[in-house]
Design a protein around this ligand. Structure first.
Ligand SMILES: C[S@@+](CC[C@H](N)C(=O)[O-])C[C@H]1O[C@@H](n2cnc3c(N)ncnc32)[C@H](O)[C@@H]1O
Length: 292
């Protein structure tokens, strides 16, 4: 892209670059990126199309457009994503929060809202979007957030500081629940909230390049049928979840029924709800610990 001297030139150049790269929503995305690079709201940009752009800002904006033209997700390019009404920092190496995952928060608030001091475990916290939304909306909750990825935990903590709840969340690195089973949490967890990897190997082949080439495989790959990580979670959970406590899990297309028939689920838990998303896909599976 050549150097541009005004905002409107920069905008036109960006739309052309993004359109040529096959970005569907080129005009809209060009504006998002410009707002971010210039640090100016779009209304101000609309009002002053001839506004001069200095060389350094122009270079920064062009670098962002070029990243997007290579199909890096827009959220990584601008560095943020909204989730449950809160703004989260996102960065390569950590999954971008998805709108359907907000259903997990709604269900958790519905189940735990009346509990004065629920103990909530967010397994696979990623950007921290679940743990942080729950901390903000359930002020009495004790929250533990865990992930195998240390860079995800670092980003989650930064997001928690941004929303003033970092001190209310205990951050732990580890593989699923193994590192928590020997502590004093045994039998005390009111609810496990999990959006663990659930992409099957067949689906992996059809993921868009924006996802497959840029988002972390650790956050997505759930094994041959997508349920390997959830099977392990269900095997390890009975020792932690309290009598009548819950596990809330996000799943993909066609997986809710399969998961509900898993022996590791039926032996210790009963299904209390399956919540569809806005497209009618059964998305959230809520199970309750049988009396022990
Ligand atoms: C689908 S992402 C969800 C991230 C975030 N909770 C959200 O909803 O946006 C799954 C997360 O689980 C983590 N993860 C994958 N396997 C794990 C394991 N065995 N133990 C702990 N965390 C794991 C990944 O690092 C990733 O952050």
């Amino acid at each position: 892209m050549p150097p541009f001297t005004s905002y409107s030139q920069l905008y036109r150049g960006a739309v052309e670059t993004l359109t040529q790269a096959g970005i569907a929503n080129a005009r809209h995305e060009a504006l998002w990126i410009l707002e971010d690079a210039l640090g100016i709201p779009r209304l101000q940009l609309y009002a002053n199309p001839g506004m001069p752009v200095d060389a350094e800002v122009c270079q920064r904006a062009v670098a962002l457009f070029q990243r997007r033209a290579l199909h890096e997700p827009l959220q990584y390019v601008i560095g943020t994503q909204d989730f449950f009404g809160l703004d989260f920092f996102v960065q390569p190496g950590v999954l971008i929060p998805r709108p359907e995952t907000e259903l997990l928060v709604e269900e958790a608030i519905g189940l735990l809202g009346a509990d004065a001091r629920p103990v909530i475990l967010d397994i696979g916290t990623g950007s921290g979007c679940l743990a942080i939304s729950l901390a903000v909306n359930l002020p009495g909750a004790v929250i533990i957030a865990s992930d195998k990825s240390v860079s995800a935990l670092h980003l989650a903590r930064v997001n928690a500081m941004r929303h003033g709840v970092a001190q209310r969340i205990l951050w732990v690195a580890g593989d699923l629940l193994s590192h928590l089973l020997s502590g004093n949490l045994a039998g005390k967890v009111t609810a496990i909230i999990a959006n663990l990897p659930y992409i099957s190997h067949a689906e992996w082949e059809h993921l868009s390049p924006d996802v497959k080439d840029f988002e972390p495989r650790l956050a997505l790959d759930g094994g041959p049928d997508g349920l390997d990580v959830y099977r392990r979670l269900l095997d390890e959970s009975p020792g932690l979840v309290s009598s009548k406590g819950f596990i809330l899990m996000e799943v993909g297309v066609g997986q809710a029924d399969l998961l509900c028939r898993e022996p590791s689920l039926t032996n210790a838990f009963k299904v209390v709800k399956i919540r569809p998303d806005s497209q009618g896909i059964p998305r959230v599976v809520c199970v309750q610990r049988r009396l022990v």
